[in-house]
Design a protein around this ligand. Sequence first.
Ligand code: UD1
Ligand code: MG
Length: 463
Amino acid sequence: MSNSKTAVVVLAAGLGTRMKSGLPKVLHPLAGRSMIAHLVDTVSELQPERMVVVVGEDMAAVQAAVAPHPTVVQSPRLGTGHAVMAARPLLEGFAGTVLVVYGDTPLITAMTLERMLAVRRHAPHPSVVVLGFRPADPGAYGRLMVDAEGGLEAIVEAKDAAAEQLALGLCNSGVMAVDGANLFRLLDRVGNDNAKGEYYLTDIVALARSEGLPCGYVEGDVSELVGVNSRADLAAAEAILQDRLRAVAMAEGATLIDPRTVYFSWDTVLGQDVTVGPSVMFGPGVKVGDRVEILGFCHIEGATIAHGARIGPFARLRPGAAVATDAHIGNFVEIKNASIEMGAKVNHLSYIGDARIGAGANVGAGTITCNYDGFFKSHTDVGAGAFIGSNTCLVAPVRIGDGAIVGASSAIAKDVPADALAVTRGPHLVRDGWAKRFRDRRGAEKLAATSSAPGKKTGSGKG
Ligand code: UD1
Ligand code: MG
């Protein structure tokens, strides 16, 4: 039996023409990161000794996405067997198990791959272990031919299969664990005399059997093995992944009031006793502490929320938002690159960007930090315990001292000292009876004008 080391070959040279996209297929995102990144992360859990990603021509973006793992370019594309051959120079001298996975099958779990490796390790030590599955519609998948002893005899591609072979429900997922000591010798014997005129990786099973080498298979769950070939498949894969992320969030102690409407990023971290309301969307880079309440319809990305804070409903936290313990962010509030310190409140209709709101400060409804002059971004600093009246513009750069009060509807462009009052409203003018006198005079003028114009109706009031 060969050694227990593992090398991984990821096949990602396909164009993904059915995606109808300028982006290589494997770079399309699921839960906020590319399919290929999901897959590379999953296989990394196995701690393989080597990993090689096979890409096509002009796929520098895929090469960058998988770096520092090495890539080889397969050109032209002559089939899955040919693609594995392209990785040969990077697997020189490797005698453990070579695991082949497909870039467009990103939902596979490390546990399933471990099950395949375990079968390789045990008698009769199959040379090839294939991951089979039973999709509702076997369609174009290759079919697994199993012998009376439960060994794998061959894989027959749908296009090359006879009717009775097509009737078999056990299909090839594409994932294979192959004895590295035999892999390239077997691939050297693969020809392209088949319906597609391609070098099929799947042919190595029958070739191994013809040499007397045992082959086997394990069955995997359909939800891990959906292949993404179209935008509809991408949406189906997203749905499966979101269900997994929701299940994990709940298992770890978060309440999701309506799980089906909460969308997570692959890296969302929720503390214990977090409650998430309906229709909340997490983008990448969000960390939420314990006992945080996120009310419905919030959009949160690149933000940290400390324990006890309350967010929403209808709040938007953008990258760099840091909401401290017990702070409150209310409805129609947008926070970007700003720290909202302990117990501070920004409860209604505000934009706070490039700012610090000190501990316990209260920011009134409709407050705007004017952080951008069309050229540069500037910082706003609001001290601890300050009170910002409603409808205030804080024209950055500007500092409001600790405990200062800003009167409602002010435009503050100069620093305000601690404990001072600043207010920029115009003088408060009151003229008794003015409005009534105005209405009486203008009403009489309009009546005179319309009654002297022939043919015109009066009093419609509509302009
Ligand atoms: C393949 C299997 C089929 C299996 C199915 C599962 C073969 C011959 N057939 O068929 O048994 O049921 O996957 O989805 O292997 N690729 C390259 N270079 C190539 C060709 C393909 O890198 O020259 C990559 C693709 O990017 C993709 C993967 O290999 O990630 C599979 O290729 P694809 O053409 O989709 O194979 P299928 O016809 O679906
Ligand atoms: Mg395919």
